[in-house]
Design a protein around this ligand. Sequence first.
Ligand code: ATP
Length: 311
Amino acid sequence: MIRVENLTRYYGGTCAVDEISFEMGSGGILGLLGPNGAGKTTFMRMLTCYLRPSSGNITVKDYNIHEHPIQIKELIGYLPESAPIYPDMLVYDYLKFVADVRNLEKARADSRIKELAGMCGIREVMHKPVGELSKGYKQRVGLAHAMMSDPEILVLDEPTSGLDPNQIVEIRDIIRRIGREKTVILSTHILSEAEATCDRIVIINRGKIVADGATDELKRQAGSGYIIHVSLRHGNPGEITQAFTGVPGISDVALAGSGDGIIDFRLACSGQRDIRPDIYGIIKNNNWPLLEFHRETGTLETIFRELTRGN
Ligand code: ATP
């Protein structure tokens, strides 16, 4: 249903989205996960045709963002990070206004607003001014706005940002229900959020896709790897890196920090074999003064931190 091809966007000299490509079928919830500044909002604004790419393309069904932005906007409901909701309007009047803008006939508008009030849990606030609502209720009204014309695709930019834990759970439940019928793309920088809500996770860092897979599959892969942290007092970082790099089972050796004569390494290990004896043997043979040595079991969080390290 959605195909992203070599999508790139520069702001002046800053590359916010860097040649990303992926495809998504219809249905399900895809989480776009990445740290602040990874390029999530920029991507969503291109998908929803509010921003033109520097190069590349997105096709949605048979339409592409360059030639058919109006048709694509009709297919997509978009909840931006800060929803442009008018604070002085009553919720009902606001949704009526949205229905008008979307050209819904009066009878259809009334029944649609009723449906959305139930779906988004806003019946009890329909006659309150938008400005008096809690952030959680404002987000629900924003969701109702995005879904007014019953779009096939829903794009939600950090839908739980700034909400308290109860509101987060409530919005997540609503999104999960919507995801049973619609195609949903949501962005978040909170891993647990993506894990709890999404069927598929695409991790982006510095504008590039660094992981893409079904949530369960990513978790399974994460569980088959682990990280070893080593802190040494003094030593030559280049020489130490070289010594660790040759050990079978280590997929990446990174200097995690140095200062005050202490050097920290993170060793990413794949497979189940415990290579701590090998590492300890190298340290002992070289007489490197060891300060700390521990293993962190692979979770989606360790993978996410590894992939987005340095951002
Ligand atoms: P966040 O989680 O903080 O919202 P994000 O993943 O959505 O971050 P973007 O907002 O897309 O990331 O930003 C990606 C990069 O592009 C960042 O380096 C940001 O500073 C830069 N950027 C975004 N919008 C603009 C703009 N209008 N002008 C210049 N640079 C921008």
